[in-house]
Write a protein that binds this ligand. Structure first.
Ligand code: NAD
Ligand code: UD1
Length: 343
């Protein structure tokens, strides 16, 4: 069974391709390589011993999608392709809406024409905004604070409208759409062959820690030490990217098994960890010092954010299995084996 993976050369996409291939699916990747390299695809093939069909193309390019849908009997689509840097989205909102929203519309239109109606969409916990209470359940109010987050929420709403309209038509092949809301993906495949390869200085905590440990950056700045949390630093629900990837396979399998309609589902561990707890785990597990200094809060950050992960268990029979030690160990393994990423 063939799955189209848009953005499959990227961080989460490449790990998901490994899990798809290991579960007996075939993968067709469409990626415009705006934030990735084909080397990740070669490495997925090395890990799995299986081939991937790679198409360099853009999800906004209808002809490209039509050609792929004609050439391959695609059963379902996992849609990762998009831009993801919060700060950049504030500077270039139009390119975020163009890539993330318009791209998701073109994809759904072409899927509908080809009568492919099983779709997994990469959403984000960012759609919960500044949460009123924790843990976060999928029915909590949604809001956003930046164009990146707004683009994710817009696509969630667009896909909901699509499914409602389709239901009214009483079509005999209804849409099944999983809106997977990721918490904070970290870690890498245990082989150390694939991992996160950020452009320039990382914005996110785990790649920053790894680059300090490998000596590329001098020290970590901890953004805020006066949050109402266990030690004053921000708390997040870090999830191992391999667990996250397996969640996508489970979503595809659940939809093949009859899960229908639109389902928003948190993919998190359900546990919150502070910045300092993550730094300490990294230092202890990898026996590598991570020098840090406390600085002011980063604007737009929330104090704490972690998932209620029960819905994923109930609907997808999925739960995170890898703990923080695996997360920091595998992040370091990837970073130390590939100090300059895929270059
Ligand atoms: P990534 O940048 O590594 O992967 C995205 C891939 O999509 C890249 O390979 C890029 O080249 C490709 N791409 C971008 N625009 C495209 C387009 N128009 N057409 C075709 N390909 C295109 O990012 P990632 O971390 O793997 O994230 C994957 C998805 O998950 C994104 O949609 C992101 O917003 C979402 N997400 C990521 C995180 C995270 O922390 N990494 C958290 C929540 C949600
Ligand atoms: C950020 C984005 C979020 C996006 C997610 C993707 C912002 C405000 N939010 O989430 O929309 O979906 O990335 O992974 O950018 N920290 C430091 N020092 C650093 C970096 C981070 O102390 O150099 C702290 C942060 O203050 C936060 C925690 O580490 O408490 C995690 O930060 P990060 O990895 O950037 O993720 P989020 O902010 O949760």
């Amino acid at each position: 069974m063939k799955i189209l993976v848009t953005g499959g050369a990227g961080y989460i996409g490449s790990h998901t391709c490994v899990e798809l291939l290991n579960s007996g699916f075939e993968a067709v990747v469409v990626d415009n390589l705006s934030n990735s390299k084909t080397e990740s695809i070669s490495r997925v093939e090395k890990i799995t011993g299986k081939n991937i069909t790679f198409v360099q193309g853009d999800v906004r390019d209808r002809e490209c999608l039509q050609t792929v849908f004609k050439a391959h009997d695609i059963t379902a689509v996992i849609h990762f392709a998009g831009l993801k840097a919060v700060g950049e989205s504030c500077e270039q909102p139009l390119s975020y809406y163009d890539n993330n929203v318009y791209g998701s519309i073109v994809l759904a239109q072409e899927m509908e024409k080809a009568n492919i109606k099983k779709l997994v969409f990469s959403s984000s916990a960012t759609v919960y905004g500044d949460p009123e209470k924790l843990p976060l359940t999928e029915d909590m109010p949604l809001s956003t604070t930046n164009p990146y987050g707004t683009s994710k929420l817009m696509v969630e709403n667009i896909y909901r409208d699509l499914e409602v309209a389709d239901k009214l038509k009483d079509s005999n092949s209804p849409w099944a759409i999983s809106l997977l809301r990721y918490f904070n993906p970290v870690g890498a495949h245990e082989s150390g062959l694939i991992g996160e390869d950020p452009n320039g200085i990382p914005n996110n905590l785990m790649p920053y820690i790894s680059q300090v440990a490998v000596g590329k950056l001098q020290q970590l700045s901890v953004f805020g030490s006066d949050y109402p949390t266990i030690d004053g630093t921000g708390v997040r629900d870090y999830i191992h990217v391999v667990d996250l990837a397996k969640g996508h396979v489970k979503a595809v399998q659940a939809m093949l098994g009859g899960l229908s309609g639109v389902n928003a589902i948190n993919l998190g561990t359900g546990n919150g960890l502070s910045v300092l707890q993550l730094v300490k785990a990294f230092e202890e597990q990898n026996e590598k010092p991570v020098p840090f200094k406390m600085v002011a809060r980063r604007s737009g950050d929330v104090a704490a954010c972690y998932a209620d992960a029960k819905k994923a268990k109930a609907l997808l029979d999925w739960q995170a299995e890898l703990d923080v030690n695996a997360m920091v160990k595998d992040s370091w393994h990837w970073q130390s084996k590939n100090p300059n990423g895929y270059e």
